[in-house]
Design a protein around this ligand. Structure first.
Ligand code: ADP
Length: 544
């Protein structure tokens, strides 16, 4: 009876010891798991794993080696309990060689006894360690072997099956940690590389999330903010201490079309010109729906020097136009006199004089346009009074007729009987209208159709000229109102100076209005002048 109870006691004790051992195993695995979960620092994870390994096995030493695929080596990264230092100058074994190579190639736990005279040993100095038993456990991450956990005893020792199981578990946890740490390092490196690229840009770059919260500002962008207010990352663009003119443009760009870039220019009080491009960021191609927009990138470039160069060019052209006007007038007068009193000349001589007069007339036209633009831009001498829109259109229709007939084009006119008066300068409004009609006539092929219309839309009076000509590509549309800009596709035979639309724009803006173009390649163009009726009524009241 006493013997039976002793047996039972011993069995209980064994059971308790076993349970305790398993609890210890689980606790060790848990510790490694939580270290892996909490830290992206590889060193901490490796040391925690080695502590855990030495707790679950009654051996003296352990180490962790990682696969370096670029170098084709297995490199020791952490050691604990070893007699020699194999870390300062890390132990490296070419992949696939040595005892470790066997474990890696077969992706299996390898257990050895005394390694000192093992013929597979690739690192001779390791023989001095006097290892009597060793388990080499492969570590995995994303289905691949990424390293090896080595557990060494300086006394003969037999590793139990469940011990190997626990070691395998710990090894794989380290594998995952290693993978995470590498991904983290990669991400960190990429982010600092991106940062360096952004900071090396002379353009200011600001990135925001979809709602306009700033998440990146490069060095060049910092002077745009009043940084006395501290950090701007994390701040909404709407509240960021930005120059008000810059912010206004950004605010409307951010609520605007989310599929395309917004480009605008800002003039600051100190005379600087900033060109701003606001582009949506998509993780998928922009064909995706608007809610796929992941944020905005704003690139701001100081284009003051371009404006200065442009101004110098314009000043030069204006000066040249002024200086050319008088001698050209004299030449034209002389040619006209010659033509009148030609007397007895050959047909060829008559033709040469005709060509001379045509050339001089073209030059005169160009000079007139340059001076016209200068005149309208200065705003000097503009005479505003209420004018009848129908009368304005009638003048245009009459004057464009000969050109239309020459090209066999039809003009369709759609104007209501009643239209509110336009308060403006008849001479300049007529000039603007004629420029639009002339363009429609020039660019529409012979036999084409041109439509002239005027109508009231909400608070606007719109005058538009529509043609069924070649149309204008979108990237060209953004430039055609610039001075001297001529579309690349403009037929070389179509004469022009690139000033016609600049004059239209300037005239309309001097009347408080705006211009627009709607066009598609091969589907014609519509040019419009839009005037605010409220504005007109206010101006008209001044004449009552
Ligand atoms: P110009 O006609 O002297 O070249 P404008 O300033 O009037 O200069 O027009 C600028 C450019 O706009 C033209 O060179 C041409 O490419 C384009 N354009 C203007 N009107 C039309 C139109 N009705 N159809 C097609 N293209 C046009």
């Amino acid at each position: 009876m006493a013997g039976e109870s002793r047996d039972l006691q011993e069995q209980n004790q064994l059971l308790n010891t076993e349970i305790q051992r398993r609890i210890d195993h689980l606790a060790a695995i848990n510790r490694v798991a939580s270290a892996v979960g909490q830290s992206l620092d590889l060193e901490t994870t490796l040391q925690t794993a080695l502590d855990a390994v030495l707790e679950v096995t009654p051996v003296e030493a352990a180490g962790i080696s990682l696969v370096d695929e670029d170098a084709g080596e297995l490199v020791l990264r952490a050691q604990r309990g070893w007699k020699g230092d194999f870390i300062s100058d890390p132990m490296r074994v070419p992949l696939g060689t040595g005892i470790s190579g066997q474990a890696l190639i077969h992706d299996r736990v390898l257990i050895t006894g005394d390694v000192s005279d093992d013929p597979r040993l690739a690192v001779p100095e390791f023989a001095d360690e006097g290892v009597q038993a060793m388990a080499l456990v492969p570590m995995h991450a994303r289905g691949r072997v990424v390293g090896l956990l080595s557990v060494m005893s300086y006394r003969p020792y037999e590793f139990g099956e469940d011990e190997i199981g626990v070691l395998g578990n710990i090894a794989d946890q380290v594998g995952v940690a290693l993978d995470n740490a590498r991904l983290y390092e990669d991400a960190k490196e990429q982010s600092s590389r991106l940062r360096a690229v952004l900071d090396s840009s002379g353009d200011a770059i600001i990135a925001t999330d979809c709602r306009g919260t700033i998440n990146l500002v490069n060095t060049a962008a910092e002077p745009l903010f009043d940084l006395q207010n501290g950090e701007i990352v994390g701040m909404s663009l709407h509240h960021a201490p930005l120059h008000p003119r810059l912010r206004e443009g950004l605010q409307s760009a951010l609520v605007g079309d989310r599929d395309s870039n917004t480009v605008y220019e800002v003039t600051l009080e100190d005379g600087r010109f900033l060109s701003v491009i606001v582009s949506p960021v998509f993780l998928q191609p922009p064909s995706a729906t608007a809610h796929d927009c992941k944020g905005w990138v704003i690139v701001i470039r100081d284009v003051t020097h371009l404006h200065e160069a442009e101004q110098t060019r314009i000043d030069f052209i204006h000066a040249a136009a002024h200086d050319l006007r008088n001698p050209l007038g004299v030449t034209l007068g002389a040619l006209a006199m010659l033509q009148r009193d030609l007397g007895d000349v050959t047909d060829l001589q008559r033709e040469v004089i005709e060509i001379g007069i045509q050339g001089a007339n073209r030059m005169q036209e160009l000079i007139d346009n340059v001076l016209n633009l200068e005149h309208i831009e200065s705003g000097v001498g503009l005479r505003y009074k209420p004018i009848d829109v129908r009368e304005l259109l009638e003048r245009g229709i009459v004057d464009i007729q000969p050109a239309l007939q020459q090209r066999d084009q039809t003009l369709v006119v759609a104007v209501p009987d009643e239209l509110p008066p336009l308060v403006g300068d008849m001479h300049w409004l007529y000039r603007a209208l004629l420029n639009l009609l002339t363009n429609a006539n020039k660019y529409t092929p012979a036999g084409g159709e041109i439509a002239l219309g005027a109508y009231v839309q909400e608070d606007d009076l719109v005058i538009e000229v529509k043609d069924n000509g070649p149309g204008i590509p979108p990237d060209v549309q953004t430039r055609i109102f610039e001075r001297f800009y001529r579309g690349p596709s403009s037929d070389q035979r179509v004469r022009g100076s690139g000033l016609g639309l600049a004059i239209v724009k300037s005239v309309v803006e001097h009347h408080g209005g705006r211009v627009f173009v709607q066009s598609q390649e091969n589907a014609g163009s519509t040019f419009g002048m839009v005037f605010s009726l409220t504005d007109m009524a206010r101006r008209a009241a001044d004449f009552d």
